[in-house]
Design a protein around this ligand. Structure first.
Ligand SMILES: [Zn+2]
Length: 70
């Protein structure tokens, strides 16, 4: 089976200020916690891997199915 590659880490386009590197660095998104209504991500500096932020991505509950679609 060919499935699209799914990884728990991905690069974010946005850069955040890293106090360790003392400059804005690209961040690496790491899944931290699964919430009932979303996912919590740890934002790690792509150079020194220290945590420089947390991002919550809210997702709608999966039980809603659009009507009229098969
Ligand atoms: Zn850093």
């Amino acid at each position: 089976m060919n499935q699209p590659q799914k990884t728990f880490e991905s690069f974010e386009a946005a850069a955040l200020y890293c106090p360790q590197c003392r400059s804005a660095m690209p961040v690496r998104k790491k899944l931290l916690l699964l919430l009932p209504n979303g996912e919590l991500y740890d934002l790690l500096c792509s150079r020194c891997f220290s945590s420089i932020g947390i991002k919550k991505e809210e997702k709608p509950p999966p039980h809603i199915i659009p009507p009229g679609q098969q």
